[in-house]
Design a protein around this ligand. Sequence first.
Ligand code: ARG
Length: 438
Amino acid sequence: MPDFLWQKPGTHVDERIMRFMAGADVELDRHLFLYDIRASRVHSAGLARIGVLSEAEANAICAELDRLALGFQDGTFVLDQRYEDGHSAIEAWLTERLGEVGKKVHTGRSRNDQVLVASRLLLRDSLATLVDLCEQTAAACLEQAHACGDTPMPGYTHLQRAVVSSVATWFAAFAESFVDNGELALSSARWIDANPLGTAAGFGVNLPLDRAYATSELGFSRIQLNPIYAQNSRGKFELQALTAVAQALLDVRRYAWDLSLFTTAEFGFVSLPDAFTTGSSIMPNKRNPDLVELLRASYPTVQGAMTELQSLLSLPSGYHRDLQNTKGPLIRALVHGLDAMALMPDLVRGTQFVAERLEAATEPSMHATDRAIEMTASGVPFREAYRRVREEYDDLAARSAADSIAARVSPGAPGDLQLAILQGRLEQLRQAQKEAGL
Ligand code: ARG
């Protein structure tokens, strides 16, 4: 038997060329393998529905595919360089075990739609995980916002002390952003929730494939109808999934940036549990926020992957082997991004603010804006009030942070955080996720 599915008997395949073309493809296919097996199962059952395979043949193929999946999971089957890719490994497994029947599995499909459907399933699962993690992070932020009550905290603009804020406001900001990030992940999942299986190499096949059956069996909400579009969407859908990851990581980065400032001796606002810090190999006195720094550094991995995809996608219509190179950046960024996000709920729960340090950093000048706005109640135009406060600074020292927070009642502000609204949005997101089956 030739080494490659497509190899002409008696022809030579140049090893160096093959190695270059394969790259890390087969290792990357490990991330797609179970999805590929699942889609192969559905494809075989679909072929039986239209009489291309007998029931018995389809059953035999499905049983062998189940064995392959188990073997892969328990490590008795290793997907490695013996195979050109995961797709070839599936066919080789079936052919070795079922002979002629195994050779029928590829009827009416192409490796192009195999890789498409497997990556689409991976994207959908990854985005579902991202939604979960955004929800957990938002929930942890809300718990913290409730627990911190009205503990005052300096509010900064330009990193300069500006107005009195509160710890709860800081946590609520991240709660709201992670609910929004979860919504973006969910809507991205819905956007890409379309089944490309059955489009073959990009032009369909001369068989009445039961695409509706495959679509519902694989849990997709719609068929990706046009076969050329199915190919053209490879990389584009991946890019959208990474955009959702990147948006969440922008907030991870900002949270991490804040903590890296707040944990310095200069600020001293936050202390982190030991598990989140490391020691120095030379300076016995040090505790370093390495984890926070590496979380801050996780965005560039995803951004880099997005840049790679964007550059790769400059292609004419249809399948091109260039598209294989979307796999590496995609998987690297998904794994890294989700690993980073997975640490967030615990990091949020472990973020302990130090009330005395926050209080010490809240100084009288931070009441100036409140004071100017108060003056306008007696009819003084704001610009005049602003001038008077700036020039006179009257009684700011006598004012309390607690009063400032209590009086800041514009909706969403420290005196009226409306955490119940955020809680409601979080619950709506969870409900929408459930309804989307994700
Ligand atoms: N490894 C290939 C990829 O990721 C699989 C599809 C191969 N198709 C082909 N026509 N050579 O794109």
